[in-house]
Design a protein. Structure first.
Length: 301
């Protein structure tokens, strides 16, 4: 199993903070983008793999240029993480991200991401009406998170605030493997968003959903039966503690990549268990766990 693991892959992060319309929103969106930029770089991402557009710089043309740059660099085993912050609109058929100048539609965004070789992609759309973008963006190998369940939830969202917070709060690492996955960040932000509306005694105007199994209908929770959540669980957004140290150490990056691949293999087995013979499941799980323990031992040296 260890021999089958490839070289260390990279993650490309693209963050777009769109048009605020009001000073308060402009400041909020720009601040969130800056926080993400710092977080990704501090967690070990190469500065050349972090693209952040905010304010007047977040135009449709600049978004195109950033994604085209990624397309020119990313390989199939690299990951793409695209995070959209701001306001969105939905006219009943098409979602658009509000940007200075011409807006960017979900089909246009999907086409740009389709040109990127990364076989695993994540688009986190935290804007209002973001649920309206899912159908255009979803495809096999691409996970899509939306702050709203449909394009008709048009109020400004708070989901973005808590998604950013999830990448800075160690308690978001629910399985304590020193990595905050996209699924853990989604679960953290969803719980915090619900808590916000409860504390304010307000009716919730946003209900976050995701789709990562190539299906047209988004869901609110992971399920081993449907396969929903498997891709999100395997997408590492930030690393903590010794895992962060390994990401920053060229001598250990390969070991870290093997560890995370083994963890994805274990997650995959859990999703496939119902379709496997019990003895086969236990045998493969044991093999993966033993290999994971050996890799962890090497990382700890």
């Amino acid at each position: 199993m260890l021999a089958s693991l490839g070289a260390h892959a990279e993650t490309f992060f693209v963050t777009v903070a769109g048009l605020g319309g009001e000073p308060d929103y402009e400041q909020r969106f720009t601040s969130a983008a800056a926080d993400l930029d710092r977080t990704f770089k501090a967690a070990g991402a190469s500065a050349g793999h972090v693209f952040t557009l905010a304010g007047a710089a977040a135009t449709r043309e600049h978004v195109r240029e950033a994604l085209e740059q990624v397309a020119g660099q990313a390989k199939a085993d690299d990951d793409l993480v695209l995070i959209l912050i701001g306001h969105g609109s939905f006219d009943g058929s098409e979602y658009k991200l509000n940007l200075p100048g011409p807006d960017l539609s979900a089909p246009e965004l999907a086409a740009l991401c389709d040109r990127i070789a990364s076989e695993r992609q994540l688009i986190v759309n935290t804007t209002s009406a973001s649920g309206g973008s899912i159908r255009a963006l979803v495809r096999r190998g691409r996970a899509v998170i939306a702050a709203t369940k449909s394009g008709t939830e048009k109020n400004a969202t708070v989901f973005a605030r808590y998604f950013v917070e999830a990448l800075q709060d160690p308690t978001a690492d629910l399985d304590k493997n020193e990595t905050v996955s996209a699924l853990e960040a989604f679960q953290y932000a969803t719980a915090k968003t619900a808590g916000f509306y409860d504390s304010q005694q307000r009716l919730a105007t946003e209900h976050a959903v995701f789709e990562d199994a190539g299906k047209p209908t988004a869901v609110r929770a992971a399920s081993t039966d449907s396969g929903e959540g498997r891709l999100l669980a395997g997408l590492a957004l930030v690393r903590l503690g010794t895992a962060r140290g390994a990401a920053l150490d060229p001598a250990k990056r390969g070991l870290l990549a093997r560890k995370e691949e083994l963890e994805r293999r274990i997650d995959t087995l859990k999703y496939q268990r119902a379709a496997m013979a019990e003895d086969d499941y236990k045998s493969q799980l044991t093999e993966a766990l033993v290999a994971l323990a050996k890799v962890q031992e090497e990382l700890d040296k």
